[in-house]
Design a protein around this ligand. Structure first.
Ligand code: ADP
Length: 494
């Protein structure tokens, strides 16, 4: 039996909550997942019911506690970014929870992006201007749900609402705050000019606290619902993106983390950053000292699903499509695919960005289209990676995770296009492990983040194929050229 102290890491994701019991040396003991629905009542609307998430979370914690014998020394949180709900004075939700993927406030983002105020908000907060931001969602509520907006006592993310249920206090960690578009990193407080854009004041938001802030005195109701002792210290923790990075790359600023599931992201930890003039990347806080910079893409593994549904017989499994694409030569005979079939966040931050195939020739069979589309996904990640290198300096290696990394072909493609070694870490619970790493420092069980034991295993390792370097470089240049043409066309159209 493990002798090291055991903590719970709770990772509240978009479709499920993962609760992990692990010791602070990284040994996992047991875990439980519980899922909840995502509602799409209208085009662009993506909502959840916070009560349903809370119940799933309570159930998962209770299940894990029922399976372990060791005492729990603390709990630490990770949550998805950009969620927003309004509550009344009693803390009861008066709106559904709008999640990161909700784009109803797109018009507000478009109006703000590229203006002097938009640039200032991006530079100060670190959050690229986009409909995902609570900043834009609150402005939308003001104009479309005026009565609710008037009644709103607080505007919260899921984590803030949950901590209020548990402790009766409204707090938000700096990491989640940086992802609202309402925060000023320099002063670690709310940013007046952004609040004015959303027509709210700071009292309507939670109190910003460090990610290592510890809450004590769990409510009796929460203790009964979870099985946790009322004395259990709870670390507010950080956002899922920052903690995924902490888990995979630790505190090493020379190793990036690339996640490629349905969507994707590439991130890097950075002690110091310079703002990106082109607004390609986000700059969120892990702690007061450390930033996690990076860019998310809407168009990750979902492109493989698109190929399956729209180009191949629906019964053709992903593995078969990948095998066919792998047989096509690198660079797909100059057939370029811009994979922006679902709008795009980084590097364009434009929901109206659109995709397409360019340079189509008579000999391009279906498999060429598949190869071009999959290469396109990786070229887009590479272009975001270029933004990271410009802002934070270069990196030497990449940790990859997510469903797409099941394919050796795709991971090799990442290694070849980036021309860097790629390591695959196959933990289903990486984000929760990241929460425990941060939590162990917050509780004083480990002296500093730099001393946290990082024992992420390199399950598979890929080295770049030098012989293919020039083929991918040339194709990437074509990809960029077509990208500029389409981005300009989109910018000039209605
Ligand atoms: P999520 O990001 O939703 O948590 P996952 O990390 O599980 O999802 O990744 C899902 C993606 O993985 C899907 O978009 C799918 O196309 C892709 N995928 C599924 N099977 C494979 C496979 N064998 N090889 C590569 N990618 C795959």
């Amino acid at each position: 039996m493990s002798q090291a102290p055991v903590m719970l890491g709770i990772d509240v994701g978009t479709t499920s909550v993962k609760v992990l019991a692990a010791d602070i040396e990284g040994k996992n003991i047991c875990a439980e997942d519980a899922s909840y629905p995502l509602y799409q009542p209208q085009e662009g609307y993506r909502e959840q019911n916070p009560q349903e998430i809370l119940e799933a979370l309570h159930h998962a914690v209770q299940t894990v506690l029922g399976q372990i014998n060791q005492p729990i020394v603390g709990v630490s949180f990770s949550t998805a970014m950009h969620s927003l709900l309004a509550v009344n004075e009693a803390g009861k939700p008066i709106t559904p929870m709008l999640i990161w993927a909700d784009t109803r406030s797109q018009k507000y983002a478009e109006e703000l992006r590229g203006t002097p105020l938009g640039s200032k908000i991006y530079q100060r907060s670190g959050a690229p201007i986009h409909a995902m931001l609570p900043l834009c969602k609150i402005a939308w509520l003001r104009d479309h749900e005026a009565e609710i907006f008037q009644q709103a006592h607080k505007f919260l993310s899921f984590k803030e609402w949950l901590l209020y249920q548990w402790f009766g206090k409204y707090v938000i960690d700096y990491s989640m705050a940086t992802a609202t578009g309402l925060f000023k990193q320099e002063s670690l407080g709310w940013y007046e000019e952004a609040l004015a854009f959303a027509s709210i004041d700071a009292e309507q938001l939670s109190k910003p606290v460090p990610t290592t802030h510890v809450l004590e005195g769990l409510s009796e109701e929460a203790a009964n619902a979870t099985g946790l002792s009322r004395r259990t210290p709870v670390v507010v923790g950080a956002s899922d993106g920052c903690l995924a990075n902490l888990y995979a790359s630790g505190m090493n600023p020379r190793e990036a983390t690339l996640s490629l599931g349905t969507s994707g992201a590439i991130r890097l930890i950075a002690p110091e950053t310079t703002p990106d003039e082109q607004m390609r990347i986000f700059n969120y806080l892990l702690t007061e000292k450390y930033h996690v910079i990076g860019g998310p893409t809407n168009n990750g593994g979902i492109i493989l699903n698109w190929l399956q549904k729209n180009l191949y017989d629906n019964h053709c499994p992903p593995e078969a499509i990948l095998a066919k694409a792998a047989k096509v030569e690198a660079g797909a005979d100059k057939l370029v695919c811009l994979p922006y079939f679902h709008g795009e966040r980084a590097p364009f931050w434009n929901e109206r960005m659109t995709g397409g195939f360019f340079g189509v020739g008579n000999d391009h069979t279906l498999d060429y289209f598949a190869r071009a589309a999959l290469e396109g996904v990786v070229y887009n990640m590479y272009s975001i990676g270029q933004g990271l290198e410009d802002t934070a300096g270069g990196f030497d290696a990449i940790w990859a995770d997510g469903g797409v990394t099941r394919s050796d072909f795709m991971v090799q493609l990442i290694a070849d296009v980036f021309n860097k070694p790629v390591y695959v870490a196959e933990s289903h619970h990486g984000v929760a492990e990241g929460a425990i790493m941060l939590g162990s420092v917050a509780l004083g069980l480990v002296d500093s983040l730099e001393e946290v034991v990082k024992n992420t295993e390199k399950k598979r390792e890929f080295t770049p194929n030098v012989a293919l370097r020039s083929a991918y470089q040339e194709q990437y240049e074509r990809f960029q050229q077509w990208g500029e043409v389409v981005a300009n066309q989109v910018a000039n159209s209605e």
